[in-house]
Design a protein. Sequence first.
Length: 262
Amino acid sequence: MRGRDAKHIPLALLASLFGGGKGSHALDEATWQAVMGLPLFDGLDAAERKRLHELATQLLADKAFSGAGGIEVDDGMATAIAAFAALPVLNIGYEGYEGWREIVVYPGEFIYEGEHMDEDGIVHHVRDVRSGEAMQGGPMVLSWEDVEHSGQGEGFNVVIHEFAHKLDMMNGDANGRPPLHTGMIPEDWARDFQAAYDDLCRRVDINGATVIDPYATESPAEFFAVLSEYFFEVPDLLQQAYPAVYEQLVRFYRQNPRARLH
Protein backbone atom coordinates (compact mmCIF):
# COMPACT_ATOMS: atom_id res chain seq x y z
CA MET A 1 0.00 0.00 0.00
CA ARG A 2 1.15 3.56 -0.64
CA GLY A 3 1.42 5.81 2.43
CA ARG A 4 -0.85 8.79 2.05
CA ASP A 5 -3.05 11.00 4.20
CA ALA A 6 -5.87 8.74 5.35
CA LYS A 7 -9.54 9.47 5.89
CA HIS A 8 -11.30 7.65 8.71
CA ILE A 9 -14.29 5.45 7.84
CA PRO A 10 -16.81 5.37 10.67
CA LEU A 11 -18.39 1.93 10.98
CA ALA A 12 -21.82 3.54 11.15
CA LEU A 13 -21.26 5.05 7.69
CA LEU A 14 -20.30 1.71 6.19
CA ALA A 15 -23.31 0.02 7.75
CA SER A 16 -25.60 2.65 6.27
CA LEU A 17 -24.31 1.94 2.81
CA PHE A 18 -25.67 -1.59 2.74
CA GLY A 19 -29.09 -0.20 1.94
CA GLY A 20 -28.02 2.11 -0.85
CA GLY A 21 -29.92 2.18 -4.13
CA LYS A 22 -28.67 1.71 -7.66
CA GLY A 23 -26.84 4.51 -9.37
CA SER A 24 -27.50 6.64 -12.41
CA HIS A 25 -24.00 7.29 -13.74
CA ALA A 26 -23.71 7.13 -17.51
CA LEU A 27 -20.69 5.81 -19.33
CA ASP A 28 -18.50 8.75 -20.32
CA GLU A 29 -17.21 8.01 -23.82
CA ALA A 30 -14.22 10.37 -23.63
CA THR A 31 -13.02 8.70 -20.43
CA TRP A 32 -13.72 5.29 -21.92
CA GLN A 33 -11.49 5.98 -24.91
CA ALA A 34 -8.73 7.29 -22.66
CA VAL A 35 -8.86 4.27 -20.36
CA MET A 36 -8.87 1.88 -23.34
CA GLY A 37 -5.48 3.35 -24.26
CA LEU A 38 -3.87 2.04 -21.07
CA PRO A 39 -1.47 -0.92 -21.30
CA LEU A 40 -3.92 -3.12 -19.38
CA PHE A 41 -6.24 -3.28 -22.41
CA ASP A 42 -3.61 -3.86 -25.08
CA GLY A 43 -4.43 -6.74 -27.40
CA LEU A 44 -8.20 -6.74 -26.97
CA ASP A 45 -9.92 -7.14 -30.33
CA ALA A 46 -13.00 -5.23 -31.48
CA ALA A 47 -15.46 -7.88 -30.29
CA GLU A 48 -13.84 -8.02 -26.85
CA ARG A 49 -13.87 -4.24 -26.52
CA LYS A 50 -17.54 -4.19 -27.44
CA ARG A 51 -18.32 -6.82 -24.81
CA LEU A 52 -16.24 -4.93 -22.26
CA HIS A 53 -18.22 -1.76 -23.02
CA GLU A 54 -21.48 -3.64 -22.47
CA LEU A 55 -20.32 -5.08 -19.14
CA ALA A 56 -19.11 -1.70 -17.92
CA THR A 57 -22.44 -0.14 -18.87
CA GLN A 58 -24.23 -2.91 -16.97
CA LEU A 59 -22.13 -2.26 -13.88
CA LEU A 60 -22.85 1.48 -14.01
CA ALA A 61 -26.57 0.74 -14.11
CA ASP A 62 -26.32 -1.83 -11.32
CA LYS A 63 -24.16 -0.03 -8.75
CA ALA A 64 -24.53 3.21 -6.81
CA PHE A 65 -21.32 5.26 -6.62
CA SER A 66 -20.90 7.42 -3.52
CA GLY A 67 -18.14 9.89 -2.77
CA ALA A 68 -16.71 10.18 0.74
CA GLY A 69 -14.01 12.23 2.43
CA GLY A 70 -14.87 15.30 0.38
CA ILE A 71 -14.85 13.73 -3.10
CA GLU A 72 -17.75 13.72 -5.56
CA VAL A 73 -17.87 10.86 -8.06
CA ASP A 74 -18.58 12.01 -11.61
CA ASP A 75 -19.39 9.97 -14.73
CA GLY A 76 -15.73 9.85 -15.77
CA MET A 77 -14.56 8.42 -12.47
CA ALA A 78 -17.34 5.83 -12.43
CA THR A 79 -16.53 4.91 -16.03
CA ALA A 80 -12.85 4.30 -15.25
CA ILE A 81 -13.75 2.04 -12.32
CA ALA A 82 -16.32 0.18 -14.43
CA ALA A 83 -13.79 -0.39 -17.23
CA PHE A 84 -11.27 -1.99 -14.87
CA ALA A 85 -13.99 -4.03 -13.16
CA ALA A 86 -15.37 -5.37 -16.44
CA LEU A 87 -12.11 -6.96 -17.57
CA PRO A 88 -12.04 -9.93 -15.13
CA VAL A 89 -15.59 -10.96 -16.09
CA LEU A 90 -15.13 -10.39 -19.82
CA ASN A 91 -15.60 -14.08 -20.61
CA ILE A 92 -17.37 -15.36 -17.49
CA GLY A 93 -20.34 -13.00 -17.28
CA TYR A 94 -21.63 -10.36 -14.89
CA GLU A 95 -23.29 -12.74 -12.40
CA GLY A 96 -20.29 -12.70 -10.07
CA TYR A 97 -20.85 -9.00 -9.38
CA GLU A 98 -24.50 -9.31 -8.40
CA GLY A 99 -25.95 -9.26 -4.89
CA TRP A 100 -24.50 -5.98 -3.59
CA ARG A 101 -25.09 -2.35 -4.48
CA GLU A 102 -22.60 0.28 -3.41
CA ILE A 103 -19.13 1.48 -4.44
CA VAL A 104 -17.72 4.15 -2.11
CA VAL A 105 -14.83 6.26 -3.36
CA TYR A 106 -12.39 8.13 -1.11
CA PRO A 107 -9.80 10.64 -2.42
CA GLY A 108 -6.88 8.50 -1.21
CA GLU A 109 -6.08 5.72 1.21
CA PHE A 110 -8.38 5.44 4.20
CA ILE A 111 -8.33 3.97 7.69
CA TYR A 112 -10.41 0.83 8.02
CA GLU A 113 -11.62 -0.49 11.37
CA GLY A 114 -13.26 -3.86 11.72
CA GLU A 115 -12.86 -7.46 12.82
CA HIS A 116 -10.79 -10.19 11.23
CA MET A 117 -10.85 -13.91 11.97
CA ASP A 118 -7.50 -15.64 11.60
CA GLU A 119 -6.87 -19.21 10.42
CA ASP A 120 -7.25 -20.46 14.02
CA GLY A 121 -10.73 -18.95 14.35
CA ILE A 122 -9.60 -16.13 16.64
CA VAL A 123 -11.27 -12.77 15.97
CA HIS A 124 -8.99 -9.72 16.04
CA HIS A 125 -9.87 -6.03 15.96
CA VAL A 126 -8.00 -4.38 13.10
CA ARG A 127 -7.28 -0.75 12.31
CA ASP A 128 -5.12 -0.13 9.29
CA VAL A 129 -4.66 1.98 6.19
CA ARG A 130 -6.09 0.53 2.99
CA SER A 131 -6.51 1.45 -0.63
CA GLY A 132 -9.56 -0.76 -1.07
CA GLU A 133 -11.99 -2.95 0.83
CA ALA A 134 -14.64 -5.44 -0.34
CA MET A 135 -17.26 -6.58 2.15
CA GLN A 136 -19.26 -9.78 2.05
CA GLY A 137 -22.71 -8.88 0.73
CA GLY A 138 -21.98 -5.21 1.29
CA PRO A 139 -20.24 -2.23 -0.25
CA MET A 140 -16.86 -1.88 -1.86
CA VAL A 141 -14.56 1.00 -0.88
CA LEU A 142 -11.86 2.34 -3.23
CA SER A 143 -9.15 4.97 -3.06
CA TRP A 144 -9.45 7.17 -6.16
CA GLU A 145 -5.75 7.99 -6.09
CA ASP A 146 -5.01 4.27 -6.29
CA VAL A 147 -7.56 3.80 -9.08
CA GLU A 148 -5.62 6.43 -11.03
CA HIS A 149 -2.41 4.41 -10.56
CA SER A 150 -4.06 1.28 -11.94
CA GLY A 151 -3.92 -0.09 -15.48
CA GLN A 152 -0.32 0.91 -16.20
CA GLY A 153 0.97 -2.62 -16.71
CA GLU A 154 2.98 -2.48 -13.48
CA GLY A 155 1.25 -5.19 -11.44
CA PHE A 156 -1.05 -2.89 -9.47
CA ASN A 157 -4.80 -2.55 -9.93
CA VAL A 158 -6.91 -1.83 -6.85
CA VAL A 159 -10.17 -2.28 -8.78
CA ILE A 160 -9.29 -5.74 -10.09
CA HIS A 161 -8.02 -6.66 -6.62
CA GLU A 162 -11.27 -5.77 -4.87
CA PHE A 163 -13.49 -7.25 -7.56
CA ALA A 164 -11.46 -10.47 -7.36
CA HIS A 165 -12.44 -10.56 -3.68
CA LYS A 166 -16.08 -10.22 -4.73
CA LEU A 167 -15.73 -13.20 -7.08
CA ASP A 168 -14.06 -15.12 -4.25
CA MET A 169 -17.04 -14.30 -2.00
CA MET A 170 -19.55 -15.93 -4.33
CA ASN A 171 -19.38 -19.13 -2.25
CA GLY A 172 -18.87 -17.56 1.19
CA ASP A 173 -16.11 -15.61 2.90
CA ALA A 174 -13.08 -14.79 0.77
CA ASN A 175 -10.58 -17.64 1.14
CA GLY A 176 -8.78 -17.85 -2.19
CA ARG A 177 -11.08 -20.58 -3.46
CA PRO A 178 -13.81 -18.99 -5.60
CA PRO A 179 -16.45 -21.22 -7.21
CA LEU A 180 -14.76 -22.94 -10.14
CA HIS A 181 -16.18 -23.62 -13.59
CA THR A 182 -17.28 -27.04 -14.75
CA GLY A 183 -14.23 -29.01 -15.77
CA MET A 184 -11.90 -27.31 -13.31
CA ILE A 185 -10.60 -29.60 -10.57
CA PRO A 186 -10.73 -28.09 -7.06
CA GLU A 187 -7.91 -30.32 -5.82
CA ASP A 188 -5.64 -29.07 -8.60
CA TRP A 189 -6.52 -25.45 -7.82
CA ALA A 190 -5.79 -25.98 -4.11
CA ARG A 191 -2.52 -27.78 -4.82
CA ASP A 192 -1.18 -25.18 -7.25
CA PHE A 193 -2.21 -22.15 -5.19
CA GLN A 194 -1.01 -23.65 -1.91
CA ALA A 195 2.41 -24.50 -3.36
CA ALA A 196 2.84 -20.97 -4.72
CA TYR A 197 1.53 -19.36 -1.52
CA ASP A 198 3.91 -21.42 0.62
CA ASP A 199 6.82 -20.52 -1.64
CA LEU A 200 6.09 -16.79 -1.50
CA CYS A 201 5.61 -16.90 2.29
CA ARG A 202 8.94 -18.67 2.66
CA ARG A 203 10.70 -16.08 0.52
CA VAL A 204 9.17 -13.22 2.49
CA ASP A 205 10.01 -14.87 5.82
CA ILE A 206 13.71 -15.06 4.93
CA ASN A 207 13.65 -11.49 3.58
CA GLY A 208 14.37 -12.79 0.11
CA ALA A 209 13.72 -10.88 -3.08
CA THR A 210 10.24 -11.43 -4.47
CA VAL A 211 8.74 -10.34 -7.77
CA ILE A 212 5.25 -10.57 -6.22
CA ASP A 213 4.06 -7.95 -3.73
CA PRO A 214 4.62 -9.41 -0.22
CA TYR A 215 1.13 -8.24 0.71
CA ALA A 216 -0.04 -11.39 -1.08
CA THR A 217 1.20 -13.42 1.90
CA GLU A 218 -1.37 -11.85 4.25
CA SER A 219 -3.81 -14.70 3.55
CA PRO A 220 -4.90 -17.07 0.76
CA ALA A 221 -7.66 -14.57 -0.07
CA GLU A 222 -5.15 -11.75 -0.57
CA PHE A 223 -2.89 -14.10 -2.52
CA PHE A 224 -5.71 -14.78 -5.01
CA ALA A 225 -6.58 -11.07 -5.30
CA VAL A 226 -2.97 -9.90 -5.71
CA LEU A 227 -2.19 -12.60 -8.27
CA SER A 228 -5.33 -11.62 -10.16
CA GLU A 229 -3.83 -8.14 -10.45
CA TYR A 230 -0.59 -9.61 -11.77
CA PHE A 231 -2.49 -11.93 -14.15
CA PHE A 232 -4.04 -8.98 -15.97
CA GLU A 233 -1.39 -6.30 -15.46
CA VAL A 234 1.90 -8.23 -15.85
CA PRO A 235 1.03 -11.72 -17.11
CA ASP A 236 4.57 -12.53 -18.23
CA LEU A 237 5.90 -11.93 -14.74
CA LEU A 238 3.25 -14.11 -13.10
CA GLN A 239 3.69 -16.91 -15.63
CA GLN A 240 7.42 -16.96 -15.02
CA ALA A 241 7.07 -16.87 -11.23
CA TYR A 242 4.20 -19.34 -10.78
CA PRO A 243 3.27 -21.01 -14.10
CA ALA A 244 0.81 -23.48 -12.55
CA VAL A 245 -1.13 -20.65 -10.89
CA TYR A 246 -1.11 -18.71 -14.13
CA GLU A 247 -2.73 -21.66 -15.93
CA GLN A 248 -5.36 -22.00 -13.21
CA LEU A 249 -6.24 -18.32 -13.65
CA VAL A 250 -6.41 -18.77 -17.43
CA ARG A 251 -9.08 -21.42 -16.82
CA PHE A 252 -10.87 -19.39 -14.15
CA TYR A 253 -11.05 -16.07 -15.99
CA ARG A 254 -11.25 -17.77 -19.41
CA GLN A 255 -8.66 -15.35 -20.72
CA ASN A 256 -4.97 -15.52 -21.57
CA PRO A 257 -3.55 -12.00 -21.22
CA ARG A 258 -0.02 -13.22 -21.97
CA ALA A 259 -1.08 -14.60 -25.36
CA ARG A 260 -3.08 -11.44 -26.00
CA LEU A 261 0.01 -9.29 -25.56
CA HIS A 262 2.31 -11.33 -27.84
